[in-house]
Design a protein around this ligand. Structure first.
Ligand code: ATP
Length: 233
């Protein structure tokens, strides 16, 4: 079992400061949400953990692994799954081939594809369809399923609810809760604060690249300022 530790993470794109001194810890089986407005630095933080954005940090570690020195493509083998913003499925390949590509990491053990079809039955029904022919919600399920194929121990998800209808958002919430209940650690970046509070136990609120508040999701859900800014209440 491994803990994800991020300490003093900053991201700069040239002169643009996207994240500054961000720190958090995700224990095995824990679920952490990162909410904030457009441009708050959520995506940059997640990408930087994955080694996909220019970063500086005192420490980024997962269990005994030092992720600051690990090339991005090796993170999957360390048990870190990543579902990027915008899904990025391979539109010209079948659903099943997209999933099998997710399992292709050389020597890492893979999840039986049936487990993904059990979580998202629609993917099983459409396994021979081209991924490009799926709806946005189905593509999001495929992106999550693909990340699951490497049997991750922690999963980083960037805006999985983007562009989805409320019913599909509910399906994604149910799936994420089930995965977390089965012991998978989750880091969920979202503009949709309600969804995030539904899925995660604790949350960070980001503003202008920094952590403006942290707390349990239950406490943040009833915090008057959070309700006003992020829930529009
Ligand atoms: P969103 O919800 O819109 O994805 P976010 O909270 O994820 O927002 P980021 O995408 O991390 O925020 O962006 C943080 C800041 O960094 C913004 O000011 C953004 O314009 C800037 N930024 C992001 N990516 C780049 C890039 N590749 N080059 C330059 N600036 C960038």
């Amino acid at each position: 079992m491994s803990t994800l530790i991020v300490e003093g993470l900053s991201v700069h794109y040239g002169g643009v400061r996207a994240a500054h001194d961000v720190s958090f810890t995700v224990e095995p089986g824990q679920s952490l949400g990162i909410i904030g407005a457009n441009g708050a630095g959520k995506t940059s933080t997640l990408k930087a953990v994955m080694g996909l954005a220019p970063r500086q940090a005192r420490r980024i570690g997962f269990g005994e692994h030092d992720l600051l020195r690990a090339p991005a493509h090796t993170l999957v083998r360390r048990g870190i799954g990543y579902v990027p913003e915008g899904r990025h499925v391979f539109p010209g390949l079948s659903v099943e081939k997209n999933l099998l590509l997710g399992a292709y990491t050389g020597n890492w053990k893979r999840t039986p594809i049936g487990e993904v079809y059990d979580l998202f039955p629609v993917l099983g029904e459409m396994r021979h369809r081209l991924a490009g022919a799926l709806s946005g919600g189905q593509q999001q399920m495929l992106a999550i399923g693909r990340a699951l194929m490497c049997r991750p121990r922690v999963m980083l998800l960037d805006e999985p609810s983007m562009g989805l209808s409320p019913i599909l958002v509910e399906e994604i919430v149910t799936a994420l809760k089930r995965l977390n209940g089965d012991g998978l650690s989750i880091v969920l970046v979202e503009q949709n604060a309600k969804l995030t509070f539904d899925v995660t136990a604790t949350c960070l609120v980001m503003e202008n690249g920094e952590i403006a508040a942290t707390g349990t999701s239950a406490a943040l859900r009833v915090d008057p300022q959070v309700r006003r800014i992020y829930l529009g209440l």
